[in-house]
Design a protein around this ligand. Structure first.
Ligand SMILES: [Zn+2]
Length: 88
């Protein structure tokens, strides 16, 4: 019983670590408060006008509206988790 639990926990830890690593690497690559040149989800270029209008913008118009409307876009980490917490 302890063995199975340990193995599951280790895998989850690895997943968490790589997600956090990717996020922190992406954050470190940016000047503070700056948005992304390319959409975080679909990698489309974000127009400079949009980046100026929305400081720290990370999504293109399409992905932003998809997220706001709650439709499923490209896979997001912990999307189910955050949806659950919004419902509660
Ligand atoms: Zn996008």
């Amino acid at each position: 019983m302890a063995g199975g639990w340990t193995r599951d926990g280790a895998v989850q830890e690895q997943i968490d670590a790589s997600v956090e690593d990717a996020i922190s690497r992406a954050r470190r690559a940016l000047p503070e408060g700056a948005g992304l040149n390319h959409c975080e989800d679909c990698d489309e270029p974000i127009p400079q006008a949009r980046r100026r209008a929305i400081p720290g913008v990370r999504l293109c118009v399409g992905c932003q509206s998809r997220r706001e409307s709650g439709d499923s876009g490209p896979a997001l980490f912990n999307r189910r988790g955050s949806k659950d917490s919004q419902l509660r």
